[in-house]
Design a protein around this ligand. Sequence first.
Ligand code: ADP
Ligand code: TZP
Ligand code: MG
Length: 271
Amino acid sequence: MALDTSSTGAWEALAACREKSPLVQCITNYVSMDIMANVLLAAGASPAMAHSIGEVEDFVKIASALLINVGTLSEEWVGGMRLAAKAAVAQGKPWVLDPVGCGATPFRSQVISSLLALSPTVVRGNASEILALAGLEGATKGVDSTAAATEALGAAQQIARRHGCVVAISGAEDLVTDGTRVLKVANGVPMLQQITATGCSVTAVVAAFVCLFPQQPLEATAHALAYFGLAAELAAADGAKGPGSLRVGLLDNLWSMSQEQLLAGARVTEA
Ligand SMILES: Nc1ncnc2c1ncn2[C@@H]1O[C@H](COP(=O)(O)OP(=O)(O)O)[C@@H](O)[C@H]1O
Ligand SMILES: Cc1ncsc1CCOP(=O)(O)O
Ligand SMILES: [Mg+2]
């Protein structure tokens, strides 16, 4: 089935995720593990957090997609990340990189660059991270962004062309590029930035959607971002009072999102 960029495509991606429930192997940071697993479950996918160097390659064999997130990086994990990424490429399975905090320290930036060299299918980061990943001066502030997505578009296109991947920059409006085309996603609420690991979690949804549409990582990535952002909009409309209730409402709306809601609310356009 071919995905188009309209909200019909978003619904097809979500419906496929709910029907097929892909197993997403997550090598992710300690902060994100709980919310990421719950977000994947609410989207209909099947999460498994497995990072031991002793099992990552075998785990890739049974997974449909691999997510690598460097948020709470340590030397001991890096070998497992590299083995897992290589196994995914060798087995023709998509893998998605979340370059959390790229640019914050030389160690982090070097590890992320070495992972980028292992051919991820998609990279999703905030604007500061994508600027740093392209080797450009990006005002970096730990894991949060100090730049707008539009400022990082050139960097994203450069990374996408050089590495043959899709690059997504999240922000007030998300931008997704394969180096040639650019899709804009106008969903989400600003308060998502006040809930830790929402960026990490949406990257995991990207992995779930992309493995179901391996020929169309650009569209699948944009639809994952639209679905996630719309769930947050619906949670805010439900009366979320702050980050705590928005977090709960986000999970509830990811779970209960109807075809009518997604068709009416997903805003992906060709930029
Ligand atoms: N100002 C904003 N308005 C609406 N949605 C936003 C805004 N900032 C971020 N988002 C959304 O929040 C989610 C996490 O993005 P972001 O905060 O950029 O990632 P990270 O947590 O990795 O820094 C994405 O779905 C993004 O679209
Ligand atoms: C706070 C923090 N510290 C290390 S990883 C992490 C979570 C970052 O999550 P996100 O990139 O989604 O904001
Ligand atoms: Mg992040």
